[in-house]
Design a protein around this ligand. Structure first.
Ligand code: ZN
Length: 172
């Protein structure tokens, strides 16, 4: 139930992802799963409602650790990557066996996010803040393992998707 409510909120945040799975949405938006937020509040309550900054910090760290452990245990990272990429297919409106209108290469989320010259300025802006080589394999892992880099990548993805949607709207 809670997950459903959060999914609604997330969908309002990122309308590009209407068909997107909850897990991938959480990765893209960097939003902590709602049950972990509940856990966070319960911990704060037990500790006297978290009046002290140190307690709030400890609670948040505990939550992020739980999120990371879930990430490490529950599903193969490759599966998450696959799911995210297929969600991006929807977000970017990429159809199978299509070619990119900008570079002529076979269209795919990887081509758009990692290689196409059209989006190089967006990537360069993000690479400046990333301390690893962005590939399909590292993308999802870093999004969830490092909050700051996750936000940077998420912002880049959202910007590119927004631009692509604008172009498609103009064409239709
Ligand atoms: Zn291209």
């Amino acid at each position: 139930m809670l997950e459903g409510v959060q999914r609604c909120m997330l969908l309002r945040v990122g309308s590009a992802y209407r068909t997107t799975s909850t897990v991938a949405l959480q990765v893209i938006t960097g939003v902590i799963p709602i049950d972990l937020v509940v856990e966070d509040h319960r911990y704060l309550h037990e500790m006297g409602n978290g009046q002290e900054l140190a307690i709030r910090k400890a609670a948040r760290e505990k939550t992020l650790n739980l999120w990371q452990r879930r990430w490490e245990l529950n599903e193969e990272k490759g599966q998450w990557t696959k799911r995210l990429l297929s969600d991006l297919n929807h977000g970017l409106g990429i159809s199978e066996n299509a070619f990119c209108v900008y570079c002529g290469e076979e269209d795919s989320p990887e081509q758009t996010m990692l290689y196409c010259h059209r989006w190089a300025p967006y990537r360069i802006a993000s690479y400046g803040e990333l301390d690893f080589q962005l590939t399909a394999e590292t993308l999802v892992a870093h999004m969830i393992e490092d909050k700051r880099q996750g936000n940077t990548i998420g912002n880049m993805i959202r910007k590119i998707i927004r631009k692509e949607k604008e172009r498609r709207a103009r064409e239709n």
